[in-house]
Ligand binder design. Structure first.
Ligand code: ATP
Ligand code: MG
Length: 410
């Protein structure tokens, strides 16, 4: 396997996610706020993307891929060439300038304009999972805040507010499913709408190293970004759930009603049944893919390392052989082959000259939910240990396969 574990993280990595992901061999920093994803890290990204795609397809999203180098004229039209603080502006050798995409309204709306003419062309939604660039002032939170990062962005197009609202509610439900499937309890939170609208909804995960703060009801019926909260912590919740609390959080997603802001800028209209031209109503819906990976690490770890939820784990099991004898090696190879044949993703630690203690420490650091050991002592059985428990048990290969298949389906 390309990549190795390390006992120490670089001194200037201060975020828990960056330290653990560095030590586990998932990521390497390029420059501040920019990370490379090694094979183990890419597997996590792919697992997260699979879940996001699944839920976006379920609400009718059609996947596409938009450009990173964008058209300066489009950004001038919306005024964001000047007003978007974190916009990277590239100058080419021919002296023309390009915005390096931090978001894609300026790209998708002119394309949509080529295909929308009648109410019959609405509604629809399109999304992509793509690298975004933002010139962030502070980039000290590891992969939680990158200058280059992966985002899923979906854009929806509607004939009127009513139709938009129906879709917005669907998107809210899909978002809750996405985060739940990744082992995150994301609190739907009222937030400011920025330049677009009065409000938006953020999905906030409680974590002590988060950069955001929310005021929320532990009973689950109220949450507001502390920046825009109409109430303070300590106030009694209207539904009798006790006092509102304040917590540090990580914003993993954000959905916005865009109204006709971008449609107006580009003249995106459609003809209604009476042949009248009306502006298209839009929404946009973001999820930070690489930020999610970091948020999962911030939430699911202990003093030994990461504890991936099985839905996003790079492998279903970490098979370790402690091979004092050739017989054990053969047996472990056999287990590996059987598991692989059964369609189970296994990380096989068959390193020679590495102690059992070091191998176990690496299992705990990398954080795959199940550790399987084949040694002289396990005879014809396999030792099964969950990452989050101390007890181990001996099982036959058939039971191991059955259990791993079951946790995959969960
Ligand atoms: P923040 O307030 O954290 O700077 P934002 O509100 O500017 O983020 P959005 O434009 O709402 O970000 O982007 C959608 C999602 O993309 C965010 O909810 C977040 O999960 C993710 N995201 C935004 N900026 C970054 C970044 N610099 N690095 C990693 N993920 C990011
Ligand atoms: Mg946001």
């Amino acid at each position: 396997m390309f990549g190795k574990t390390r006992k120490q993280a670089p001194k200037d990595e201060i975020a828990v996610n960056a330290k653990l992901l560095f030590r586990g061999g998932f990521i390497r920093r390029e420059v501040a706020g920019v990370y490379n994803y090694l094979p183990l890290g890419l597997r996590i990204i792919e697992k997260i993307c699979d879940i996001v795609r699944d839920e976006m397809n379920a609400i009718g999203g059609q996947e596409l891929l938009l450009s990173s180098l964008q058209n300066k004229d489009s950004w001038k039209k919306t005024g964001r060439w000047k007003s978007f603080d974190a916009l990277f502006k590239l100058t080419s050798i021919l002296n023309s300038q390009y915005p390096l995409g931090p978001t894609h309204e300026e790209v998708i709306v002119p394309i949509a304009k080529q295909f929308i003419s009648s109410y019959k062309d609405l509604p629809f939604s399109v999304y992509q999972i793509q690298t975004k660039f933002r010139d962030e002032k502070r980039a000290k939170s590891g992969i939680l805040r990158g200058r280059e990062f992966l985002m899923k962005d979906l854009y929806s197009f509607h004939a009127n507010e009513k139709d938009f609202n129906i879709y917005y509610d669907k998107a809210k439900k899909a978002y809750k499913k996405v985060f739940k499937r990744m082992g995150l309890d994301a609190i739907e939170t009222q937030a400011g709408g920025g330049a677009f609208s009065k409000i938006s909804h953020e999905y906030q995960v409680i974590a002590e190293n988060g950069e955001d703060e929310i005021i929320y009801c532990p009973g689950g019926d109220f949450s507001s970004n502390a920046e825009v909260s109409p109430v303070k912590e300590g106030k009694q919740c209207d539904l009798g759930h006790g006092p509102l609390e304040r917590a540090r959080t990580i914003e993993v997603g954000n959905i916005f009603p865009l109204g006709t802001k971008f449609s107006d800028a580009f003249g995106l209209t459609y003809k209604n049944k009476d042949g009248k031209d009306l502006p298209v109503v839009m929404g946009c819906y973001g999820i930070g893919i690489t930020r999610l990976m970091g948020a999962i690490v911030e939430v699911h770890n202990d003093d030994k390392g990461i504890m991936w939820p099985s839905s996003v784990s790079p492998y279903a099991a970490n098979l370790v052989t402690i091979n004092k004898q050739q017989l054990t090696t053969n047996k472990a190879d056999d287990v590996y082959n059987k598991l692989t044949k059964a369609g189970v993703e296994v990380l096989y630690d068959d390193r020679e000259d590495v102690s059992a203690g070091q191998k176990f420490a690496d299992c705990d650091l990398i954080g795959i939910p199940v550790r399987l050991v084949v040694s002289d002592r396990t005879k014809d059985k396999i030792e099964w240990k969950n990452r989050n428990e101390n007890k181990a048990e001996l099982l036959g290969i058939e039971s191991v396969i059955k259990r791993l298949k079951r946790s995959e389906g969960a």
